[in-house]
Write a protein that binds this ligand. Structure first.
Ligand SMILES: [Zn+2]
Length: 275
């Protein structure tokens, strides 16, 4: 996989912008790594950092109650969501050096999903209940995988706390851990900018296609979210307030239009299990 130089990237951007597309539509799933961030925080360090968050999240059973398998059916749902996520991970090559995990949080009133740096992805039962088919769930998971693949959360954390503080967390410095891994201040790394959200949608469409899905699930789920509006009290990450959902739908629609008819006509599998 060749990487483009910075000059090429800027030229490509100017060319696209010059063609009169909306800015958002020019954001693609670029095969460019942020070399500075790559040098500052290794995969191993990012996983250690993310594990600290994962442990805190899963210990906070009031706010983040994990969906536990009481019956074979429940276990099948847990395995099903995990298998959808893993299949997508296995069909992308932006981030291959880390293991991803996919877990369900048991809260039907939250229509959301989020990913912690290091590859820990969480999806709420409220989101699964509102999905009409497997392609929609795949679309959401692909978007979250993209945030991790493109290191959006890790970069956000470097910006927020500085690399020194993050490396202190990695080596177990307790005061750094108290400062950084503070769930009560919200998961700050989830506040991605609009460019990151468009990039995650763009990568998601790519990953969905590579995984054999019809990418229209991405679009139809965004439409569902738009129709829910503020009905759900906690539309945090997947439906972040910026960019707005209408712009995301337009950008995803444009990407889907550019795919082959084989892709657009792919069957849309039913959900095999639901909470
Ligand atoms: Zn996002």
């Amino acid at each position: 996989m060749g990487s483009l130089g910075k000059g090429t990237m800027i030229n490509k951007f100017l060319l696209t912008a010059g063609c009169g597309f909306l800015f958002s539509l020019s954001i693609t799933c670029a095969k460019i790594n942020d070399i500075a961030t790559d040098l500052m925080i290794s995969d191993e360090d990012e996983v250690k950092l993310g594990t600290q968050y994962k442990d805190r999240i899963e210990a906070d059973t009031a706010e983040y109650p994990l969906y536990t398998a009481k019956t074979n059916y429940h276990q099948n749902l847990v395995n099903y969501i995990d298998s959808i996520g893993r299949n997508i991970v296995n069909h992308q090559d932006d981030r291959t050096g880390i293991d991803f995990s996919f877990k369900i949080i048991n809260n039907d009133s939250v229509v959301n999903a989020f990913a912690v740096p290091g590859g820990f992805v969480y999806v709420y039962t409220g989101l699964i209940i509102n999905a009409r088919n497997e392609a929609e769930i795949a679309g959401v998971l692909a978007h979250e995988i993209s945030h991790v693949a493109k290191r959006h959360g890790a970069k956000q954390m470097v910006k927020q706390y500085g690399i020194g503080m993050l490396l202190d967390v990695v080596v177990g410095d307790s005061s750094a851990i108290r400062t950084v891994i503070d769930l009560s201040s919200g998961l700050l790394f989830l506040k991605y900018g609009r460019d990151n959200e468009f990039e995650a949608d763009s990568c998601a469409v790519e990953y969905l296609i590579a995984s054999g899905y019809n990418p229209s699930g991405m679009k139809t789920f965004l439409e569902t979210l738009a129709s829910l509006g503020n009905a759900s009290p906690k539309l945090l990450e997947f439906m972040s307030t910026h960019p707005n959902t209408t712009d995301r739908i337009a950008a995803v629609d444009k990407l889907i239009e550019g795919t082959s008819s084989e892709v657009r006509n792919r069957a849309i599998p039913e959900l095999k299990y639901a909470p």
